[in-house]
Write a protein of this length. Sequence first.
Lengths: 98, 280
Amino acid sequence: MIVRILGEGQFRVDDDVAAKLHALDTDLDAAVEAGDEPAFKKVLEASVRLVRDSGDRVPDDTFVTADLILPFSDATVAEVRQLLADGKIPGDSSVGQP
Amino acid sequence: MPPGAAHSLMKGTAASMSVMKRVSLIFRAKANKALDRMEDPRETLDYSYQQQVEMLTRVRRGVADVATSRKRVELQMNSLQKEVTRRENQARDALGKGREDLARAALQNKASLQGQLNDLQGQYAQLQEQEEKLTLASQRLQAKVDAFRTKKETIKATYTAAEAQTRINEAFSGISEEMGDVGLAIQRAEDKTAQMQARAGAIDELLASGALEDHVGGTQDYIQTELDRLGAGSDIDAELARMKGELTGGAPRQLEANPNGSPEAAGAQAAEQPQAGDGS
């Protein structure tokens, strides 16, 4: 499975890591919904560390899309909420408007 | 469903979907939307490449902006550090002249300045981190863009049919995700820089107007004026002693024991005596 950490690029992880990540993702979602900043930080940190430590960097000449995208390692609940709410990504307008 | 789930983008499936999955879907939706608009796939590649080069320029400018901000904070830190040192010297000076009240005021002032300095040091570290991250993002995008350029020409050369279309879609979506990532990183750095510039601007103004001291302690002029006065007082004492020595035709050491000085000198001596005692 391909995972991206925002600001850090893509990593390829095996099924074992993917399963762990899905579990963490559930906790992350709960923390965002509850607005629990400390819990969010803790789970995000664990997720980022897992991917960095157990994943292999995707080479630059490989163009794939990620199955999971982790927020920036120092993101806040508010930041993630905003991204999920408006779904706006800068660079949006600069891509694909011939 | 928890009440907060209602704000989710993917309303229908939000209950079972996670943050990481939802973010990836947002990125994918963006790429698909762009692809849907493309008519000629080969033009898609060229157009995308053009956008990538523009994004590279943007990210490099972002790095330069953060660096400028960081340097500005650095200059301010130096100015504040000088002020802190000055206060410390004032306190020592005041203590030497037996003015504990002034020394206390100077140290209180120093503490306020030190607080501001610590705050700036925190900001500086944050800017440094942003700069490093953005530099890495820029290098990563550069590598991706170089790889894309090669891939683009290969795909175009072998462009025949549906197979090529698939490869184009893959390449486009892959680079689109990277561009979105870098775009977000630039936006974050810009936000952080803007916040800090607002605060740095306020401190610059204070430092420039010399009002910082008054702003934090409200007693700068009082401390320095008092110290200057004390300093001038002892200078005057020394000059008086020298003049008296000249008038009596003897060495200055005879001064204190000489009750027969001229009326003027005696008067001046009487007036200055308490302060001389005060100052030593």
